[in-house]
Design a protein around this ligand. Structure first.
Ligand SMILES: Cc1ncc(COP(=O)(O)O)c(C=O)c1O
Length: 326
C-alpha cells in the first residue's frame, strides 16, 4: 500500500508538474468532505474570515459548510442564483481583507460554468475545487494555496480525493475540534499510512495517469476538451434556438455542456433522454436541480462519441422542431 501511495504521488507530481514546496496526499470521503476540511484546517477561530465565490451548486454547498465554522463573506454578492451562468472576475474590494483564504470552484459541474483562468485573489491564498476538470488541463500552482479534486470524473472511482497544498499552509493551527481524518498536516505527515485510502481506487488512478501520459499529457487533454466541447457548443448555437445554452461564452465549461430544449419543454426533454439512450448515448439528463440536458465530456469520452451525439442532436432537432406538442 505504501508503495502504491508513493507511486501515485510521484505520477501526479510529474504529470501536473507540482512544485517541490507543495505536499500531495489522498483522503477517503470524496470532494464534499473538503468543504468542511478546508475551514477546519485554515481557520483558527470562529471569528476568522474567509471569502467565497459562489457561482453554482458546488461552491454554494462549500460556502454553507464554511458558514457553520467561521465568518464567511461572498466575494460576488451581486451574482444571485438566477445568474449562476458565468465565472466572475474579482476586484480587490470584493475580498474581505482579513480573509484567511479565497475559495472558488474551477468548474461548476451542474451549471456548466468554468474559469478559463483562476480569479485574482490579491495576495490571499486561493483554494479551489477542481473535481470536475482536474487532469483536463495544465495547472499553474504558483496561483494556488490548495487544489483539491474528487476522483470520480477524470481519475478514478468515487470516494477518493487528492489534496495538493502549499507546505506553509500545513502549519496553520486550524480549529481545535478538527478530526484526525480531516487534519491536513497529520495526513500529509502520515502519508495514508495511519488513515488508509481505498487501494482499488488508487490502482485505477495510477493506470489513468499512465494513460494520460501515454496520450499526450495535460496539454493534449486540454486540446481534446476544447475540440469536443466546441463541437457540441456549435451544434447548440447553430440550432436556431432548438437547443439553448445560457452560459456566457467566456465561461462555458469544456467538460460539462448544459442546454435546454426549446421552451424548456419537459416532455421533449424526457423524449431526448430516452431516445438518446436507445442510441447508446447515456446519462444526458441535466442534474435534477436544474433539469434540461447535460453532456459530460470528461477525458474518457472519445471524439467518436461526441460525433455520434452531434448527429443524434441534429436528427432529433429535424424530427421535432416546431412540431405540435406531444
Ligand atoms: C465540482 C464538484 N465538487 C464537489 C463534488 C462532490 O463530490 P463527492 O461526490 O466526491 O463528494 C462534485 C460532484 O460531482 C463536483 O462536481
Amino acid at each position: 500500500m505504501t508503495e502504491l501511495v508513493q507511486e501515485c504521488k510521484s505520477l501526479f507530481k510529474n504529470l501536473l508538474k507540482i512544485p517541490d514546496n507543495f505536499s500531495i496526499f489522498f483522503m477517503s470521503g470524496g470532494a464534499t468532505s473538503q468543504f468542511a476540511s478546508i475551514p477546519l484546517n485554515l481557520i483558527d477561530n470562529p471569528n476568522s474570515m474567509a471569502s467565497y465565490v459562489v457561482n453554482g451548486a458546488w461552491s454554494n454547498l462549500a460556502f454553507d459548510e464554511c458558514k457553520r465554522m467561521a465568518k464567511v463573506t461572498l466575494a460576488n454578492p451581486n451574482q444571485p442564483k438566477k445568474d449562476w451562468n458565468y465565472a466572475p472576475k474579482l476586484q480587490k474590494s470584493d475580498i474581505h481583507p482579513e480573509s484567511k483564504y479565497v475559495y472558488y470552484c474551477d468548474n461548476e459541474t451542474i451549471h456548466g460554468v468554468e474559469y478559463s483562468q483562476p480569479p485574482e485573489s490579491f495576495g490571499i491564498d486561493l483554494v479551489t475545487d477542481m473535481t470536475s476538470n482536474f487532469l483536463t488541463k495544465p495547472v499553474d500552482f504558483t496561483k494556488f494555496g490548495i487544489v483539491y479534486s474528487g476522483a470520480q470524473k477524470n481519475w478514478g472511482p468515487a470516494g477518493l480525493a487528492i489534496v495538493i497544498i502549499r507546505n506553509d499552509l500545513l502549519n496553520k493551527k486550524g480549529l481545535p475540534y478538527k478530526p484526525k481524518s480531516m487534519d491536513y498536516s497529520y495526513l500529509a505527515k502520515t502519508d495514508s499510512s495511519e488513515i488508509p485510502v481505498p487501494a482499488f481506487a488508487l490502482v485505477v488512478a495510477r493506470e489513468t495517469i499512465k494513460w494520460i501520459m501515454a496520450n499526450g499529457g495535460l496539454t493534449r487533454m486540454n486540446e481534446l476538451s476544447v475540440q469536443k466541447s466546441q463541437i457540441l457548443y456549435d451544434t447548440i448555437d447553430q440550432s436556431n434556438g432548438f437547443y439553448v445554452n445560457s452560459v456566457k461564452k467566456d465561461s462555458r465549461s469544456r467538460v460539462n455542456i448544459i442546454c435546454k430544449l426549446q421552451g424548456n419543454d419537459k416532455v421533449l426533454t424526457d423524449l431526448f433522454v430516452n431516445e438518446a439512450q436507445k442510441h447508446g448515448l447515456l446519462q444526458v439528463a441535466g442534474h435534477q436541480s436544474v433539469g434540461g440536458l447535460r453532456f459530460s465530456v470528461y477525458n474518457g469520452m472519445p471524439l467518436d462519441g461526441i460525433l455520434r451525439l452531434q448527429q443524434f442532436m441534429k436528427d432529433f432537432q429535424a424530427n421535432h422542431q416546431n412540431k405540435p406538442k406531444l
